[in-house]
Write a protein that binds this ligand. Structure first.
Ligand code: ZN
Length: 353
């Protein structure tokens, strides 16, 4: 149940081997704003909290093809007005708000019913029951993308200002975010001193949720190139704890099967993919925090970890992922040296073979 993470794979998405999407989840693992790296414990299911190394076989798991979203696809440091930790020691069940895109409504009735009434409700319910969050109070109101992908931040101002214009539509992966989930557009026109909010004011946002999941069934390029049922990722991270607050899951419409015997496999895939959107992604390792809310990877003045351009990822510290050399048995009594990456959280050190 561990995941393989070679630098190449990290660039592709930190995948490698299948992370479980359908583990039995006998215990409740804590997933919190300040402690959300512990959500990994859930992913590792039966791996108990310990500082022992667990060699894990993955031979039967399907390959993981998670793509880390590119830097331009993710908005981080999203300011949420009332996003303070109310009761630091009280963990609550994760609350996911599922929002279906128009493309889901356009599916054939049988497929639409399957997605909206079985697949996603069951996957989400499983994840909500299994994961806990140190709850940030308040409403999720997402930041707008910029027309040119260029933006400014000002000192002592939590907002992000687009240089010129906001994008006409803000997307989360391939899915368009509804207007009512968006903050007011903020722009700078003619330099840092001419900045302000323009257009419709802040919308109502999403209440009583820790995470918004946009579900689409778009026949994207990725669907046509890869033999996949679905894929998912996060798209916005809040400012205080860097937690992902929004993500998407896209189903490749031609791959949705209404055959009963396919259901368990699809459900497992959907759970697996949503888990990537919730935080188990190489693109978020550098954003993990410890139990006191302190980043496990040091930050620059802009509040972000350093960006590794060759990997296309924020570079994590060795408090999150460590490298060790292992000897692996191969055929004919031969042993080979192998570099292994370990994902390390306060409660678990996991071998990622
Ligand atoms: Zn995966």
């Amino acid at each position: 149940m561990a995941t393989t993470l070679s630098p190449k794979m990290a660039a592709e998405g930190g995948g490698g081997a299948g992370c479980p999407g359908s583990g039995p989840g006998p215990s409740r693992w804590h997933w919190s704003g300040s402690l959300w790296a512990q959500g990994i414990l859930f992913l590792l299911g039966w791996l108990r909290a310990s500082a022992t190394y667990f060699p894990v076989s993955l031979s039967s798991a399907p390959p993981c093809r998670h793509h880390v979203p590119s830097d331009s696809e993710v908005i981080n440091k999203v300011y949420l007005k009332t996003n303070h930790l109310v009761k630091r020691d009280i963990d609550e069940h994760l609350r996911i708000k599922t929002v279906y895109d128009k493309s889901i409504e356009e599916l054939l009735p049988e497929k639409r019913y399957l997605v909206k009434n079985k697949l996603f409700p069951q996957a989400i319910s499983y994840l909500e029951r299994t994961l806990q969050v140190r709850r940030p109070a308040g409403t999720i109101l997402l930041s707008r993308q910029c027309a040119t992908n260029q933006y400014l931040r000002k000192e002592n101002d939590p907002h992000r200002y687009c240089t010129g214009e906001c994008a006409e539509h803000t997307k989360c992966g391939p899915v368009t975010v509804p207007e009512e989930h968006l903050q007011q557009c903020r722009v700078c026109r003619g330099g840092k001193w001419l900045c302000g909010a323009v257009g419709v004011p802040d919308q109502e946002g999403v209440r009583d949720a820790d995470f918004v999941l946009y579900v689409g069934a778009l026949a994207t390029e990725r669907c046509s190139h890869e033999n996949i049922i679905s894929y998912a990722a996060y798209c916005q991270q809040e400012a205080k704890m860097d937690r992902p607050i929004a993500g998407y899951a896209n189903l490749c419409p031609n791959m949705i099967s209404t055959q009963p015997q396919e259901f368990v496999g699809m459900l497992s895939t959907v759970k697996h993919e949503i888990i990537h959107a919730l935080g188990f992604s190489a693109g978020l390792f550098a954003f993990y925090h410890d139990k006191d809310g302190n980043p496990l990877t040091s930050r620059f003045a802009d509040g972000l970890p350093s960006f590794n351009h060759s990997l296309g990822l924020y570079q994590w510290s060795d408090k999150v992922v460590r490298t060790v050399e292992r000897l692996w048995d191969v055929r004919d009594n031969k042993r080979v040296h192998h570099t292994v990456y370990l994902l390390v959280t306060p409660r678990v050190v996991v071998s990622i073979p």
